[in-house]
Design a protein around this ligand. Sequence first.
Ligand code: GUN
Length: 573
Amino acid sequence: MFEINKRDGLARLGKVKTQHGILDTPTLLPVVNPKILTLSMDELKECGAQGLITNSYIIYKNIELKEVAEEKGVHGLLNWDGPVMTDSGTFQSHVYGEIDMQPDEILNFQKKIGVDIGTVLDVFCEPETRFEEAKKELEETQKRIEESDKNKDSILLAAPIQGGRHLDLRLKAAQMASKTGADIFPIGGVVPLMERNNFEKLAEVIIASKKGLDISRPVHLFGCGHPMLFALASFLGCDLFDSASYAKFASRDSLMFTWGTKNLDEIEEMPSEFSAAPGLTVSELKEMKKEDRQKIIAKHNLIVSFAEIRRVKQAIHDGLLWELVENRLRYSPALMKVFDILKREINWIGEFEPAYRYKTPIKTGAESNWRPLFSKLTNSFKSGDMVHPYFGKVPNHLSETYPFHPGLLQDDIEGWKMQEWNIDRVKTILDYQFGKGIGKIFTDGETELVISRKTKRLRNLLLDGQHVASLSHRRGMFILQKRGAELLHENSSNSKYRVIVNSETAEFNRKGKSVFCKFIEHIDTELKCLDECIVVNPKDELLAFGKLMIGPKEIELGQQGMAVKVRSGIETS
Ligand code: GUN
């Protein structure tokens, strides 16, 4: 039900498939209170909502709403034909204390009214709760998840991750929930952290949960509805958000922006992001009837929220999410503190880094230096004719190779020159990409460089008449061909460059079929997502070669689907 189409580190662009349509993630599910509709369904759609979340507990406890929902279903009640998720009443227990509800009672009701995604009645663990109490609450939540999972029928089940401020409990909660068949994992109990601007703890809790979660299933961040947090939360691997904030903030005249919140009282000039009522002046907005004003501000809050969701998605496409997150974190001291957490967790975050990104990376400030890419490659070459503003000396031969190729830095790299293609340049790139020595191995014999007459770009490297590798111009790196795969295989040992698959699938890979995660027995953990790799069987016989589509850590955390896009199989002669 969750298809991942693109990644940037832990962030992903995906599709959650529900009975009433698809949610393109990351996305925000606006909270709809069936008793008070701040915006109409058409307005919600216009702002960009693909799905909604509402509260099954509120519906259940209101005789009229319950009757309509039981008769027409939740979609009929809301007059919404897209995906609908419901919450279970847990949040009401956080706000009002004890509630009168049984886990099976509310699950059955959610099924009865035909929700697409229903939520377990979890136990809301407050950040203050001490370890022993939090552990007991977590055991109860886990019991309820297991029971609900057996009973979910055709709805998608959201199983909240609790554990309060205790990171070891969060990890445990995530591991236990991942053993069930739950479809979505919301991270719960975080609203108080967001209300107190404790974004450091929020980031820690997300990371601790992600470390234990089955990475193939979508993660929802409960109650996260402020656009300033979407980039960070997506960066840490959250796919879905929900919040009533757009309406709640509007009811107290607060306008949301990616850089924070501003009360209408404080606004003298209309911010450029305001497009909810084009042409409206600040004083006109201030003088409006409260009800009309609230509607316009709620609409503004949602427009800004969905605009930020689209920006995050574009950043994932471009491979520029680090840059967006860094910029967003600089808006307030409370957000700045998150940098300390990212720095502390950099090794774990680094496990998800790809071999290259679509666009050249940009440093946005001092904190960029912690990024694995910069910390690993800065001043890593002893000599070089060009001086890169980020990486220091870099051999001229790498002038068009990721991440040294100029991109936006065209005028900032001292000594950058277009280079001619020759064997030395090819060797430098191969050594950089595959490790020292591979350049020599791939060119040890009679070489031929096939260069485009029109563009003067290198196309192919041939060795003794056989195709070793082609060049990708976008990233200035090589793409393996048959002879290259054989040479890598012959000249390396242990699991280096290898994805080792079980014998069951081996013959399919030999015929050129892609490698799926479940058939992988072992993988070189130094490989990164998007690296070139070779596919072997447990006897180390070469079966195929291609591009690794996910990182080794993701395979460890239960990722499913395609792992290696096989370029070609190697048939035995
Ligand atoms: N809404 C906001 N936080 C929570 C939570 O922890 N659990 C549930 N079920 N809903 C929430």
